[in-house]
Ligand binder design. Sequence first.
Ligand code: FE2
Ligand code: FE2
Length: 265
Amino acid sequence: MNILFIGDIFGRPGRETVKKLLPEYRKKYEINLVIANAENMHHGKGVEETQLKELQMAGVDFFTSGNHVWHEKSIIPRLDDKKFPLIRPANYPPGAPGRGHHIIETSLMKKVLVINLMGRVFMPMHLDCPFRTADKILKEYEHENFAAIFVDFHAETTSEKMALGHYLDGRVSAVIGTHTHVPTFDARVLAGGTAFQSDVGFTGPIDSVIGLEKTSIIKNFLTQVPIKHEVADGETVFNAIKIEIDENTQKAVSVEQIQKYLENF
Ligand SMILES: [Fe+2]
Ligand SMILES: [Fe+2]
């Protein structure tokens, strides 16, 4: 089974980039399942249901998220719908709306468990332990037979991401990082058969500071005065990772980082 995971899709430029490239990439890379991080789809922060539908039409099957998922309030009550194709990090404390994992029934009639977790290092919120939360979810499904178990770890530091990758090595098919919007050149299959990348990078405007218009961000750093930021325009980048998984063992066989620049935005 081939899974394509697309990093944080940023604003309209990110959505348009996915819509333009994904139909071709699904065929070219023989992809069976496409998962994407949706936390920045609405003007750089949050996501609306119409935007999820827009990208489902382009070939995304399921969405993970992160700290910005709460920004567009209309999505919050939808997160409790067990069939809704968007989850939020599983280690939010009890009582937070939504779910942190989901079982996808793929077109191949195979089940894939998707888990979304968030890091705690350099994150302002006080979440439960992502390591123990992963243990708890895996324990809950220890007797289930999945074709693959995919983890999106939405976190700031490479050390926390690598630690979770090694912690879950051999127990899940992939641990792929999101949130920094910058891809790391370290995609590999770990010793126990888990695909790992510290951060897959974002999909959105590249002549920017992590997707936002660069001059206002620079001004913000210089003056320390809060300024309203806009989504940048111009050239975009598509960042994703293809993970080939042996469905019988749940282990990753190979990984391939995919990066493509598009000029027409
Ligand atoms: Fe993000
Ligand atoms: Fe984030």
